[in-house]
Design a protein around this ligand. Structure first.
Ligand code: IYR
Length: 219
């Protein structure tokens, strides 16, 4: 059954304010970058919780919110994750990835070594929930990839707004995360996101964003 609450109190900008707000937000977001050089400086657990609260406001198929955010601060577990990720990544870089793929990654300077998994104070491991178990019935979730992708997008904007940095790390395959974090059968790993401060003098690749002519088609 549909029950409703009123909404319009959240929409209050004049057209001029809208122009400024949208420009300001673009300029702010345009300073976000994926970081690989992390500091080990601590970040309060309450901050991480706020970031995940924001991520969890994302829209989702039938409002099922089909995500679990596993937050790893324990140094021994971070090391286990690093070791397992590097094992898979070494195999990928040394054989599983095509020459074309490796060439595409060359400007980013990535390799199989992932020291940031030890160094960053927090690893947020995002799981997608394909279904919810109701007794023995598997109640399917909907548009799970889209929903969890949106939640991760919200998470990245929240991280940036908090003054922290992140990396959307994609070790592949990621089954080791299911095992190390003892996740149930209805969850699959989606993204591994180290969060923290950048290292002093952290560097990022000098890469460019596409122009609006490249990405917008007006009709
Ligand atoms: N998963 C590997 C390789 C990698 C793949 C893409 I596509 C990137 O944009 C960056 C890296 C890794 O995390 O190093």
């Amino acid at each position: 059954m549909l029950t409703t609450i009123s909404y319009n109190q959240y929409i209050s900008r004049t057209p001029d304010e809208m122009l400024t707000a949208s420009q300001d937000y673009f300029e702010r977001m345009n300073t976000r970058r994926s970081l690989r050089d992390f500091s080990d400086a601590p970040v309060a657990r309450e901050v991480i919780e706020n970031l995940i609260k924001t991520a969890s406001t994302a829209p989702s198929g039938a409002n099922k919110q089909p995500w679990t955010f596993c937050v790893v601060g324990d140094p021994a577990l971070k090391t286990q994750i690093r070791v397992a990720a590097e094992e898979e990544e070494r195999r990928s870089y040394e054989g599983r990835m095509s020459a074309e793929w490796l060439a595409d990654l060359a400007p980013l300077g990535t390799d199989w070594q992932k020291p940031f998994l030890d160094i960053a104070p927090w690893l947020i491991v995002v799981f997608r929930r394909s279904y919810e178990l109701e007794g023995t019935h598997k109640h399917q979730n909907y548009y799970v990839q889209e929903s969890v992708g949106l939640a991760c997008g919200f998470l990245l904007t929240a991280i940036h707004e908090a003054g922290l940095v992140a990396l959307t790390h994609t070790p592949s395959p990621m089954d080791f995360l299911t095992k190390l974090l003892q996740r149930p059968a209805n969850e699959k790993p989606f993204l591994l996101i180290p969060v923290g401060y950048p290292a002093p003098n952290a560097q990022v690749p000098d890469i460019k964003r596409k122009t609006m002519d490249d990405v917008i088609v007006w009709y």
